[in-house]
Design a protein around this ligand. Structure first.
Ligand code: FMN
Length: 182
């Protein structure tokens, strides 16, 4: 049976939820990115990495990109967790485009990538994140209503609130895929 691990980095708990759900459904080991060394990944056949999206970047992804040459023989998965609606093709295209800035074409080909929707918890944001979101909202507000895309509309609608779009059912496709390896 393939030995699997889910490694994740979560700032406000949304990615944490998906990581736990995936580990529960597959029996995979679970580890936070900061608490595991790249060498430890050698003990596994399947490595699943999950991180929250911050300004297009995946939180903690350097663990995977730095270790890539030593884990390229394994089955690799990546899941991103962001506030944007992943049923919207434009949002997926934006996330994929951002990923090409940190993942080489080799990595993009090799890693199976999934996108899940998290949420945003404004009352709990760190001061730097609060400032970043305020700046983004200020820029969006300067646009005319007709110019706004769905993600920008969602940002204005949810600004300042706590919203949680996490959905356990969203992992079904990934779980089916992983079960074929077991
Ligand atoms: C400063 C900042 C930037 C963000 N950038 C993005 C983004 O580019 N795309 C997105 O979908 N969500 C973005 N988000 C929302 C987070 O990805 C979302 O809150 C996610 O669920 C966080 O997961 P975590 O709590 O596991 O870290 C951003 C949030 C903050 C605070």
């Amino acid at each position: 049976m393939a030995k699997m691990i889910v490694v994740y980095k979560s700032r406000y708990g949304f990615t944490d939820k998906y990581a736990h759900w995936i580990a529960q459904e597959t029996g995979a080991d679970l580890a936070e990115a900061g608490k595991i060394k790249a060498e430890d990944l050698q003990n596994y056949d399947v490595v699943i990495y999950g991180g929250g999206l911050y300004a297009g970047g995946v939180n903690g992804i350097s663990l995977i990109t730095k270790a890539f040459s030593s884990i390229a023989d394994k089955v690799l998965y990546l899941f991103t967790v962001g506030a944007a609606d992943v049923c919207d093709k434009e949002n997926i295209n934006n996330i994929r485009h951002s990923l090409t800035k940190v993942l080489t074409p080799d990595m993009m080909n090799k890693i199976k990538i999934f996108h899940f929707r998290g949420g945003i918890d404004y009352p709990r944001l760190s001061s730097i994140h609060r400032i970043m979101m305020a700046a983004m909202v200020k820029t969006i507000k300067k646009k005319g209503a007709a110019e706004l895309n769905n993600e920008e509309k969602m940002m204005l609608d949810t600004y300042g609130q706590r919203v949680d779009f996490t959905d356990r059912a969203a992992i079904a496709g990934m779980i089916d895929d992983l079960k074929l390896l077991q």
